[in-house]
Design a protein around this ligand. Sequence first.
Ligand code: IDP
Ligand code: MG
Length: 146
Amino acid sequence: MATQRTLSLIKPDGLEKGIVGKIIARFEERGLKPVAVKLVRLTQAQAEGFYAVHRARPFFPSLVQFMTSGPILAMVLEGDDAVAKNREIMGATDPAKAAAGTIRKDFATDVEKNTVHGSDSPENAAIEIAYFFGQLELHPYDWKKK
Ligand code: IDP
Ligand code: MG
């Protein structure tokens, strides 16, 4: 399986609960490396832009309010099959339906405050990575080199 990059966000509830380290550990344990990381406080316009695909949904105003309610940790994760693997580690959108051992099952509050975001396709990963990170932050890494 080819090496991929995907966008991961730890949402405001994850920072509020103080579980950033635990979440990143789950990615690292499964072979996903954080290759770009930053703390961001989204404006309303930035949150609306990121979730534009959901703007007609009834939960959109509440989602935007939640995503701007505190800082988030934005990360680019790299590894084999990173897009699908990240989604698997995260679990289903609704923590009540998420599989055992997933981040959302173990840490999420509810279907909105569900602790993590992950890109859902390689195409969206490229778009979402570019939304949060500039070219100078997106270095190539060769992990085998000493
Ligand atoms: P995903 O994050 O698992 O890809 P999406 O359907 O893309 O789920 O929804 C984006 C985000 O919108 C979710 O992670 C969650 O925070 C919020 N959301 C999705 N569905 C609902 C809902 O039914 N009620 C409230 N918030 C929701
Ligand atoms: Mg989604």
